[in-house]
Design a protein around this ligand. Structure first.
Ligand code: HAM
Length: 421
């Protein structure tokens, strides 16, 4: 029978690569705690209507990329393509928005039916951050400063650039939209089919087109900065001034609009040129109208999401972020030690609770076990034979360093390894 393989664009994460994920997840968790954000875990399935209403009917995500299906009672459900809309749904449903101004983060898989390529998958992970109830640009600034702090922690400040823009308030957008329609109507021959279709339904989306043949016509389009009202201008200027004071570098990018319809005022992306075509590592902005769109009272809000595979791609390219999968491999050199292997391992784990140790099980000569210890990536082999058993000792053999092996009493093993690993 033919073997069944994973769904196209969806990956298994295996031992050997997962350690780096776990290390990054630890860094992210600690960053979220440092900024006082609380974790929320939401289901991967939602009613399709939620995404249609929030992301926008005339967007790539809703038109082409959702995994949508009917449940046994014929209700339309979709795998979440992103987390913002459902975070709003959850915050509303649990009354979080009326009691406090919550600051939330979530982590997990998102699903988009895109053409898979390197760093673009059909299931990918995001860490998302959303904060509600604060209208002032200090919130936008804090979230950007938070991301910059992450780049600093990870040593990536030279690898990523912040591109930032403002889309204005919905009323500034109205005039801008009309200007865009007029302009693109004059250049209709340069538009592809998607853009022609969107000309009257969602002209802002044309600016987001990745079609290189349209780059020139998009470059020449009216800029939103010429259509901003006083409040929108002041919000953007205060935000940029805060970033200057906090020493966060940025580039104002007047054509940046993002691929989702819910944004108002601030939009931004952190991009890198180390990943080829899929260079956007993180995207976010303000979405002051979304809570109302999903059925709540008007509530300002702001957030961002990081693409985890892409961030790991940048880290791997840099080569400085490494995780140690295993510290030790327990080698049992004779039949006496082998017979008691699990008991010896239990003793070692009691002495060294933080040690990541693989204990040999089953048959095998000492030579074979040392080979496996070497292959496992462990830093040391802990060797136990008749003499060690009788003396309650362990021989520590360094596998990756040119150091002499040492015989250590069992009760001092924890201290010894803490000093030497
Ligand atoms: P987004 O720009 O659609 O924004 O996605 C955020 C990040 O997810 C992207 O910058 C990228 O790193 C990653 N990403 C997106 N699609 C894929 C894919 N197919 N494969 C791999 N990585 C991908 C949002 O999702 C918004 N919810 C962000 C937000 C939160 N805005 C406000 N709050």
């Amino acid at each position: 029978m033919a073997a069944i393989q994973a769904v196209k664009g969806m990956k298994d994460l295996l031992p050997g690569e997962i350690e780096l994920w776990q290390k990054l997840e630890g860094e992210l968790r600690s960053l979220m705690a440092q900024y006082g954000y609380g974790e929320i875990r939401m289901p991967v399935l939602e009613k399709t209507e939620l995404f249609k209403r929030s992301i926008g009917e005339v967007t790539d995500i809703v038109e082409k990329e959702m995994y949508t299906f009917a449940d046994p009672k014929n209700r339309s459900l979709s795998l979440r393509p992103e987390g913002t809309a459902q975070c709003v749904r959850a915050a509303l449903e649990h009354g979080l928005l009326h009691r406090q101004t919550p600051r939330l983060w979530y982590y997990g898989p998102m699903f988009r039916y895109e053409q898979p390529q390197k760093f673009r998958y059909r299931q990918f992970y995001q860490l998302g951050v959303e904060a509600f109830g604060i209208q002032t640009p200090d919130l936008d600034a804090e979230q950007i400063i938070m991301m910059y702090a992450l780049w600093q922690r990870l040593g990536l400040t030279d690898e990523v650039t912040l591109k930032i823009n403002t889309l204005g308030t919905p009323s500034c957008r109205k005039a801008y939209r009309e200007a865009l329609v007029t302009y693109f109507e004059q250049h209709v021959d340069a538009l592809d089919e998607d853009s022609k279709r969107r000309l009257n339904t969602n002209p802002l989306r044309i600016l987001d087109s990745k079609n290189p043949a349209m780059a020139d016509v998009i470059k020449g389009a009216p800029k939103v900065s010429d259509y901003l009202g006083e409040a929108a201008k002041a919000h953007f200027e205060t935000l940029l001034a805060l970033l200057d004071k906090a020493d966060v570098p940025y580039q104002v990018e007047p054509t940046l609009v993002r691929g989702l319809d819910y944004y108002t005022l601030t939009v931004y992306e952190w991009v890198t040129d180390t990943l080829g075509a899929q260079g956007t590592v993180c995207g976010g902005g303000r979405y002051d109208g979304l809570v109302e769109m999903i059925g709540g009272k008007p509530t300002p809000a702001c957030g961002f999401a990081i693409g985890i595979e892409r961030l790991l791609g940048v880290l791997e390219g840099k080569g400085t972020f490494k995780a140690q999968p295993l510290d030790a491999y327990l080698v049992l050199v004779d039949s006496q030690a082998m017979a008691q292997g699990v008991v010896i391992a239990k003793q070692i784990r009691t002495q060294c609770p933080d040690l990541k140790m693989l204990a040999h099980c089953g048959e095998g000569s000492a030579k074979q076990q040392f080979k496996q210890a070497d292959k496992s990536g462990a830093l040391v082999a802990l060797v136990v034979g008749e003499q060690e058993l009788n003396q309650q000792q362990v021989t520590v053999k360094f596998l990756r360093e040119d150091k002499d092996q040492q015989v250590v009493p069992m009760e001092q093993l924890g201290k010894f390894l803490a000093e030497h690993l």
